[in-house]
Design a protein around this ligand. Structure first.
Ligand code: CTP
Length: 447
């Protein structure tokens, strides 16, 4: 699809190089339109090289092609990042001194602003009013992230991480601006995440490699879509996502108790946790000592199959139940057998190995449904897979997307949902772990 990537004059422009790469690598044709002032931060050559497209900042270049009209009319999405206070003001008032602001006036596709500026500028009544004006016209204005800004100060005003902006842009490209309306509002969901630990003694346990990232992505995306979310987390060490009720558990039996409680009032259940099939029959109260003779075998007892129990005996009418399967062999054959054995509605099958599934930010999956539907989700951020899963769940709950309407007039009716949707989304985005857990923050930028 055709994306116009508008770049404002903020130091966060350098982060937009990564956003551009994500967009082009996923097959979109991206035309970068920087403001003239933004070239102080990132030069035209960088944008041209990364996009493979010419870059201009003025409507007075390539005049026979009337670029300010053509680019706006042809775009499927206009994405502005960083959106400075000045750019938001120009867009709100309709001033058009350069190519980007002209394109903002001619675009009839969804327009998404990703603000980045100092907290004082973001909270200034002029900016607040401009953002309200833009949202009232149907533009998407994301909330900025909170954190370290240029210099030593911190607060709301950072550009969200490129991967997070990319995900939101992808959703908008797929379904239009309506993709950000909270379609799971009023629904309760229960999600399990992480890997259980079955204690052998006070220092040892039987466990697995699950990081919990996929379950957390599910919880965060469901919250962003308006659901009331209970997340049962087993040994993840991850920060609690904003707006999500988190119940911490350790063993399979504790996870079962917590999931049964959360599931009793839930419209949908997703068992993303890796649950140990067996636990030591006896947990030693004291540390087991190494013995001079051969080691004593650990006797195991089978754990309850929680997914099966939730899918069959405990299932409420109308409830949608989703299971996960980490497989190494024939994914589809193993998956079909597991789907039938567990009795759930959907089974998300991950291939284990090749840097996928455990502990990575990316995932790919085959999703099988009892009604025969088969969805392949290519490798991408775990939030992308989470979103696909919630789409399938929403379909089974009888929820559908609002029609795709673009433009000022059609959006007026939905105005009240925008601030709610954008703020929920941005709250959740803030809590999404970034690709690099050791991300360093330098003190010299608004990022
Ligand atoms: N699961 C569960 N309770 C268990 C074991 C697994 O609820 N005691 C759930 C997992 O949360 C997951 C699904 O069942 O959603 C499949 O888990 P997996 O470990 O792949 O399947 P198993 O049933 O353990 O089968 P196997 O290990 O033989 O592949």
């Amino acid at each position: 699809m055709r994306v116009v990537l508008g770049v404002g004059a903020g130091i966060a422009a350098y982060k937009v190089c990564e956003l551009l790469r994500l967009l082009t690598e996923s097959g979109h044709q991206v035309r970068v339109i920087p403001t003239p002032e933004s070239l102080h931060f990132v030069g035209a050559a960088t944008w041209e090289a990364l996009s493979g497209q010419p870059v201009s900042t003025s409507p007075w270049e390539q005049v026979p092609q009337v670029p300010h009209v053509r680019l706006g009319q042809e775009a499927d999405l206009v994405l502005v990042a960083p959106a400075t206070a000045d750019l938001l003001a120009r867009a709100a008032t309709g001033l058009a001194p350069d190519l980007l602001s002209n394109v903002l006036l001619t675009a009839r596709c969804p327009v998404m602003f990703v603000p980045a500026m100092h907290t004082e500028m973001w909270q200034h009544p002029a900016t607040v009013a401009n953002v309200a004006t833009l949202r009232s016209r149907g533009a998407i204005v994301l909330e900025p992230a909170s954190g370290r800004l240029t210099g030593a100060d911190s607060g709301p005003g950072r550009l969200p991480e490129p991967a997070q902006i990319f995900l939101t842009a992808k959703r908008v490209l797929k379904r239009g601006s309506a993709a950000l309306t909270p379609d799971l509002a009023g629904r309760r969901v229960a999600v399990s995440a992480g890997g259980t630990r079955e204690e052998i003694d006070p220092v040892r346990f039987i466990g697995n490699w699950s990081s919990g990232l996929q379950g957390y992505a599910l919880a965060m995306t469901a919250a962003a879509r308006g659901a009331e979310v209970t997340l049962v987390a087993a040994n993840t060490g991850l920060a609690d996502p904003a707006g999500v009720t988190v119940v911490q558990v350790r063993s399979a039996c504790e996870l079962r108790e917590a999931m049964l409680a959360a599931a009793s009032g839930a419209d949908a259940i997703v068992m993303a946790a890796a649950v140990a099939d067996y636990r030591p029959s006896v947990r030693s109260d004291t540390k087991l000592k190494k013995n001079a003779s051969s080691p004593v075998p650990i006797e195991l007892t089978e754990n309850p199959d929680i997914l099966r129990e939730l899918s069959t005996d405990r299932r409420r009418a109308g409830q949608v139940v989703v299971g996960f399967a980490a497989e190494t062999g024939d994914l589809i054959a193993n998956g079909r057998a597991k789907l039938a054995a567990k009795g759930c509605d959907l089974l998300v099958i991950n291939q284990v190995g090749d840097g996928l599934a455990f502990g990575t930010a990316d995932n790919a999956a085959e999703i099988l449904a009892t009604d025969g539907q088969h969805t392949s989700v290519p490798r991408g951020p775990k939030e992308q897979l989470a979103d696909e899963i919630w789409d399938l769940v929403a379909g089974r709950l009888g929820l559908s997307w609002p029609p795709l309407n673009f433009g000022e007039v059609q959006f007026r009716g939905r105005v009240p949902t925008w601030p709610v949707a954008c703020s929920l989304l941005s709250q959740s985005l803030k809590a999404i772990p970034t690709r690099s857990p050791t991300r360093s923050v330098t003190p010299s930028s608004t990022r």
